[in-house]
Design a protein around this ligand. Structure first.
Ligand code: FES
Length: 180
């Protein structure tokens, strides 16, 4: 499908390319497929996107608009109507831990609870200083690498609680209070 903008025709493929190889997009694609790319699944797909990315970027909304064959204005309309949607990343950095079955059985919940304790933040929330958003996802489609985390868009496989703390510390440039 093509839409026309001032810059010319934009395909769903181009809109998708703008999101690069972000593994979180797989969750959105899966939701789109689950609903056979039906326009009436817009709210469900937006919810999945919000949960996976922590916010709805313009590229993401454009991609959803094209994939569901719904005008971009309608996507914006629905997204701005419901308070559960946000349009900016809450924290400067994002760490998403997969809690899908494969990751869960390999200890992903320990990674989440370790990060929660170390950075005094609950999953789904952002630290008081706004440096880190800790999010969880159901399956990032890389189950062979379980447990999987995505740190600022980069996939990390076979993660451990200790390594996750170190990686997040590097990411945000601060060691957790609990370890000072
Ligand atoms: S369950 Fe974690 S990547 Fe599939």
């Amino acid at each position: 499908m093509l839409i026309h903008s001032r810059a010319g025709a934009v395909s769903a493929q181009q809109a998708k390319a703008a999101l690069a190889a972000d593994p979180r997009l797989k969750l959105v694609e899966r939701a789109i497929k689950k609903f056979d790319a039906r326009g009436d699944a817009l709210l469900e797909v937006l919810s999945t996107a919000q949960e996976a990315f922590g916010y709805l970027s313009q590229d993401l909304m454009r991609y959803i608009s094209l994939a569901l064959h719904v005008p971009l204005a309608r996507v914006y309309g629905v997204a701005t109507f419901y308070h559960l949607f946000t349009f900016k990343p809450a924290g400067e950095h994002t760490c998403i831990v997969c809690l899908g079955t494969a990751c869960y059985v390999k200890g992903a919940a320990d990674i989440v609870s370790t990060l929660e304790g170390a950075y005094r933040v609950k999953a789904g929330q952002t630290t008081a200083d706004g440096k880190l958003s800790l999010l969880v996802a159901r399956c990032l489609g890389s189950c062979g690498l379980a447990p999987v985390a995505v740190m600022d868009g980069g996939v990390v496989g076979k993660e451990t609680p200790g390594d996750a703390i170190g990686r997040v510390a590097t990411l945000i440039g601060a060691i957790p209070e609990a370890q000072r």
